[in-house]
Design a protein around this ligand. Structure first.
Ligand code: ADP
Ligand code: MG
Length: 359
């Protein structure tokens, strides 16, 4: 047994599965989290995210597979012996205890000496920027402040691993963005390993070292945010992360060695492919890869009719009908769309290098 390899993984899931009656909530999931990593589980409601967190924390048993924390199999350990901190969506603070006592709770249970405990609570209050509010009761705090107390409480006893289940879900947008910053700062300053659950892709992209995408209990993508965004492994991930267009492939498409050749707008072009054969595959066309102005040689050029124009502030959404690739949605800068009219026919230009054939 090599201790070195174990020390690099804070958490390892190996073929973890969980069924509830006929529903397979978690389907053969394997992944690992390195020391200090911020990993986000991203998926729609019902994709199994919470169930996996419960299995990691020990609030739920798995039917098959192993969970290791720092190399140790914890499957048969009760939650309190797993050294894992948890933060839930609904704060779950003890309402009858002050903020200070909430944060001190785990320290008392672990029998930290009084002085050390007090110092730690002060430190945590400062970390979440609530130094003046330790005496208050949770109901005297705003939602965002309560959530910061929940984070402080979970981190106080220095758990090896912090699990957060949609901790910002109940908050309004401005507060969410503030707390995202706060969580990033806390993660950087404590160096703790984090598994963070959300259905919000912007949150996932902003916070994570890596993102694990779940769909119907299965892990369907796992990579750094920029990589998943630019090179989604499947059409599902492309839609979830970028709202990419998924166009049908022309009949003459051939695929070999990670590249697809297809004829678009009368020209034979090559794009990367994660699919191994054309059957069932589609061309992922990012919305921002489409331009209404002529571009470099590299670009695909097709004829399109404008079916709608929607001003969205920083960019304009242009809905297009094309013969070559079916309906497409483009996000273009304001100046490109300013003279355009619904019903107009024009040539659009698609950055081939940002397109990809996916299954
Ligand atoms: P998510 O957190 O991604 O929204 P969950 O892990 O809560 O998803 O749920 C995954 C699937 O398992 C869903 O179909 C859900 O209905 C089902 N499920 C979760 N918990 C239970 C339970 N205690 N009993 C029966 N089915 C459950
Ligand atoms: Mg959930």
């Amino acid at each position: 047994m090599s201790h070195d390899t174990y020390h690099q993984s804070r958490l390892e899931l190996d073929r973890v599965s969980k069924r509830y009656g006929r529903v397979t909530a978690v389907d053969d999931v394997s992944l690992s989290l390195t020391e200090g990593e911020f990993l986000t589980f991203l998926g729609q409601s019902g994709s199994g995210k919470t169930t996996i967190l419960k299995i990691i924390a020990g609030f739920e048993n798995c039917d098959g597979g192993t969970v290791r924390v720092a190399g140790v199999d914890v499957v048969r350990k009760p939650p309190r012996d797993r050294d894992i901190g948890m933060v839930f969506q609904n704060y779950a603070l003890f309402p009858h205890m002050s903020v200070t006592d909430n944060i001190a709770y785990g320290l008392r249970r672990r029998k930290w000496p009084t002085e050390r405990r007090r110092a730690r609570v002060r430190e945590m209050l400062e970390l979440v920027r609530l130094a003046e509010l330790g005496h208050r009761s949770p109901r005297e705090l705003s939602g965002g402040q309560q959530q910061r107390v929940a984070v402080a409480r979970a981190l106080a006893y220095e758990p090896q691993l912090l699990l957060m289940d949609e901790p910002l879900g109940a908050l309004d947008r401005a507060l969410r963005l503030d707390l995202e910053q706060e969580i990033r700062r806390i993660h950087r300053s404590t160096g703790c390993s984090v598994v963070y659950v959300t259905h919000d892709r912007d949150e996932a992209l902003a916070l994570s070292d890596r993102i694990a995408v779940f769909h119907e209990g299965r892990l369907v993508g796992l990579d750094r945010p920029s990589q998943l965004y630019d090179r989604p492994p499947t059409g599902y991930v492309a839609r979830l992360l970028t709202d990419a267009n998924l166009a049908p492939l022309p009949d003459d498409t051939t695929i070999h060695d990670g590249a697809a050749d297809l004829t678009v707008g009368g020209r034979r072009v090559r794009v990367t492919s994660t699919a191994t054969q054309p059957a069932g595959a589609r061309l992922a066309v990012p919305r921002t890869s489409i331009s209404l102005q002529p571009r470099a040689e590299e670009h695909l050029s097709v004829e399109a009719t404008v079916s709608d124009i929607v001003f969205l502030g920083e960019h304009v959404r242009v809905d297009l009908d094309t013969t070559a690739l079916g309906p497409l949605i483009a996000h273009v800068p304001m100046r490109q769309a300013s003279d355009r009219m619904i019903g107009e026919t024009l040539r659009i230009h698609i950055d081939r290098t940002r397109c990809q054939v996916v299954i």
